[in-house]
Design a protein around this ligand. Sequence first.
Ligand code: F0G
Length: 488
Amino acid sequence: MNEPVHQLRCTGCARVVAQGEARSNFRCAECGDLFEVEYPAWSVAAARAESSVAANGRIGGSATAVAEPPAAPPRAWRPNASALRWLWKERRHSALPIDQSGVWRFRELLPILDKPNDAVTLREGNTPLYGMTRCAEAVGMDHLLAKHQGMNPTGSFKDTGMTAALSVARELGFEWVACASTGNTSAAMAAYAARAGMRCLVLIPEGKIAWGKLSQAMDYGALTCQLRTDFDGCVRVLAEVVERYPIYLLNSVNPYRLEGQKTPALEIAEELEWNVPDHILVPGGNLANCSALGKGFQEMRHLGLTTAMPRISVIQAEGANPLYTAMMTSHGRELTPVHADTRATAIRIGNPASWKKAVRILEQTGGYCEQVSEAEIAVAKAEIGREGIGCEPASAVTFAGLKKLVADGRVGRTENVVLLLTGHTLKDSEYTLDFHRDKLLTEAERRGHEPAIAGLRSEMPVLDASSDAVLRALDAEAGAARSVGVGR
Ligand code: F0G
């Protein structure tokens, strides 16, 4: 019998199952842990199995006997790295939809579909890597880059994972797909389901997601249920729904999502001429994305496409910091869920599903976990806005976290750092307007940050309809800019 092209390996007990054997909640029947996709033809399978078994003894305290021996030593697939790099670049000039996708352009590294030509794509990926001159200066670094995943079709990094997992759902013949979401996953899922002609169910916490995201799900035709609970409550309810109804779960516990979400790692390496940065900073919510990126970098190095690994660090909001607390109190062996509360609603998550995967990637790459306050997030977001780039609040935790890592020397001033900006600034314009109207933060929250906030707030005067009035406003603004030394 032919070896399967891909299979699922439990990250807890290393049990291997075929695609069709995965349970509807994507949890291992033996130990309850999550799966990841592996490709037996790559010898990386064996290496990853070893590391997951080794890590199992350390993380979560749930060392479980290996249910099955690792797969027979695989035939190592060593691609011709330069031929692949050339092919991936060449595809950018092709008219074929999957070639125009920044995910499927790299399809040799995610062979999860029987018919990749049928992938459901909105031409996701291929997002810009921006230089952040002013932010670099503000933090005292020589240079700084930001990979803007908010420039995806629905405005967040979720599109790269959704094209992958929803295409799998369609190939498996599902009519319905579902997710619990803080907003971006639901927007992405609804868009891709609509493109595929599938139906979708969205569970969101009532009143706790940004309106832009909610409106997207409705625009794309999702059945959007607002539950009287938080994100973690929505996850719990959905787990029961998928047991009781033939509906395909598209939360990030679905390992196919992560195959798409690993491709920004490939893009970053490609954009740096197949070098990797020293350090990547990622926001932490449900904690899947950091491990997806880590998988991408690990696979590239293993296959000879790159020669090094970046550190991958995770930044959380202080009000939604279960991983940070777990790292501080138990080096990531135990995670106690918290009641999450932050205005960065995308990462308002107290019981993250993929925390063990996140701990593993922090350990494997030597990354840090840091937390940042509401004021630090707001200031960082405004500074990213002043670069002409902008992002949603959850993405800005990366820059706020970088400041802390530079301040105490964990990041050197000459290091090559990439911030992963996960969502577009238009996702949460209410937050942005509240910041500039000075209605966002409480007195206590802003204490110590007043000068930074005052320097970043934009004015929005209401004037008489006369050029005199406009010129007075111009003069006042130019004077203010001169006094703080900007605008030259
Ligand atoms: N940034 C944004 C903009 C997000 O929407 C999310 C997660 C994250 C960061 C965190 O990524 O969960 O992989 O650690 N949003 C989810 C959602 C949970 O439902 O849209 P993570």
